[in-house]
Design a protein around this ligand. Sequence first.
Ligand SMILES: *Cc1c(COP(=O)(O)O)cnc(C)c1O
Length: 824
Amino acid sequence: MTKTMDRIQKEEFKEEFKKRVKDQAKMLYRKTLDEVSDRHKFVCVAYAVKDIVIDQWIATQKAYDEADGRTVYYLSMEFLMGRALGNMIINLSSRDEIKESIEELGLDLNVIEDQEPDAALGNGGLGRLAACFLDSLATLNYPAYGCGIRYKYGMFQQKIENGYQKEIPEDWLRHINPLEIKREEYACEVRFGGTVKIDHRDGRDYYGQEGYQAVMAVPYDMPIVGYGNNVVNTLRIWDAEPIVHFNLEEFDKGSYMAAVEQENLAKTITEVLYPNDNHYAGKELRLKQQYFFVSASLQTAIKKYLKKHDDIKKLHEKVVFQMNDTHPTLTVAELMRLLMDVYYLEWDEAWEVTTKCVAYTNHTIMAEALEKWPIELFSRLLPRCYQIVEEINRRFCLEIEEKYPGNYDKIAKMAIIYDGQVKMANLAICAGYSVNGVAKLHTEILEKQELKDFYEMMPQKFNNKTNGITQRRFLLHGNPLLAEWVTNKVGDDWITDLPKIKGIEVYVDDKKAQAEFMNIKYQNKVRLAKYIKEHNGVDVDPRSIFDVQVKRLHEYKRQLLNILHVMYLYNQVKEHPDMEFTPRTFIFGAKAAAGYKIAKLTIKLINSVADVINNDESINGKIKVVFIENYRVSNAEIIFAAADVSEQISTASKEASGTGNMKFMLNGALTLGTMDGANVEIVEEVGKENAFIFGMSSDEVIGYENNGGYDPMQIFNSDMDIRKVLMQLINGFYSPDDPERFRPIYNSLLTKEETGCADRYFILKDFQSYAEAQRRVEAAYKDEAGWAKSAMLNVANVGKFTSDRTIEEYVRDIWHLEKVKVEL
Ligand SMILES: *Cc1c(COP(=O)(O)O)cnc(C)c1O
């Protein structure tokens, strides 16, 4: 529509848009636009934008219906969407007209955007990946639904009080959410508990459920706008409502209690997101959440299919369910149940369809993240699904036995039900037609170590899909200055074809281009410094090196290695006041799971170190340490744009991929990292001379884990630098009011007390190698032209890491979708 909008159309469009914004103020608030608050201005603008989006949404769904191709249902417990409005506007073809209209109304788009709460329905990387995938699917014209849960409380808001993390419930829906639509017409029932009832009729068994509790699943749709292609896909998130019976006469005591219980069940299911990243919490409510959204999503997907097709046995021709980690693995059992109990297929027929419909993505090899449900809980909550899983397991074990006669070790490792537990990964791999890892190294480790037995038995299922990120949010929206610079140099194709950004490579030795590039970085550092001043009250110098580690707080991600090094550096600066030193600002941002003690104590340590160092006038501000409160998508966009150094320092083998690493690269930061996850591929693309690599390899780490032989106490005894830093953890240097405060961290490094293993994540082992890499960072930064060149080369070579590429690979190898054009 608007690519070819002529001047008159453009003016008409703008007048119409401005009128709509003003009308919203009148209709919703009985005021003129300039009388309403900033938040209400956001609501007015959001409704006016939604109006444009809705027409494209309708057109898209109509085009999909007519094309009648395959649809992917991306099933995920988490969608870390962040704010929608700004992203929606940049993706619309009419973005320029909309922006001009907003300006002509006398509004500031940045202020308007800042009013929107983040949709934080996710913890970290896994949830953000789902959000990037939706952006790419829409931009690439693929029919897709995101399916998830509409948590009333998303990821908690983090406040820092006295240096400690405090969790505040994130009530993101307390005000109206103008960017969603409730779809009551798609509500469906989801049942829990009770017993399985079998009717024998006409020579076969019919399965039903008795004495269950039920809730109504009610979907809310959020539009996912593709970039400039008129496509609007759907994120469908489910809320639970009680099923109310108004037959009051039947209200004897028993049914009254049942009614209230159902009401409570509905309230609790979608109440809150579990705030654990890479960690399994075996809670009954979590299993309820999983079944709830899986069952509702499958029921509607099948009903939609049956509107246009009558042969349920061909479901796989039109539908694929991608399971984002094992969280939605109940898809396997629930699809079997629906096909057999509701649509009356025989076992073999249902299995054939199911195993052609479901695919599984593995996101971690960390043992504590593997989902296993006690049989007792699983069978009580989902009695019919449990029967089905038992039968799947019985048949699968027979297959294993046939392939490896007498090898009970294979059964022990691969069985779906074993040791009193239902192992969800084993179920996902057994039933899925595709099993993918999320970076080259991660997939190799799956094949050679963690999932070796499965890989040997069914190698054809395994494949790699290296993660990616959307450049539309993390460059075009998050870093408008750099985006414009790139476009001026090489045109705007990179917005939908990121490898085109390679075109800037011809400028890497051009002094003028280097100066422009570094000036943009400087402007972005000023923007972040202002944010830090406003939020932390700390002054940071935008001319210092911005050295950034933002990601969930986890021992394997080793924020502790980073802060121990800061403590070491501070000791050095104090001992050698005259040594050459480039001022450095160490920036952290991280939420810790609410029950993760050592992670929360690490936050306190970072803030305590910040307190001491930032207030030590004798070091002339050479080092500053900042902990940015409440790290989330909206402030992430500002942080990536301002980073010089990207800290990606996980213990090798532990970070499956990482996607933060890619966002930093896209914004011209240099990676300081281990050979882990997608760092390996980043270095492959940019060249190791444009990154700072250190530490043990994944093979070395796995070797120590399997064979032992690592003793951190030896390092403590022989390395004076490390010993001094560790002693400062327990002599009150950073905690004069309570010298014992950081003892658990000290113990985690040197004793088996905390985790049954001293320095499980090899922090001391990698320390000197890390410190040496940090010295290379400092030396490199002194060479201004060299640094500018390396930073520009990072941007130039980021092409592989767009989620557009990842999605095209999923489509080619797993989903087999066809692109659909949408004309207005
Ligand atoms: C990208 C992103 C993550 C993932 O970061 P990693 O460094 O890959 O762990 C987590 N949280 C937010 C808000 C993100 O944008």
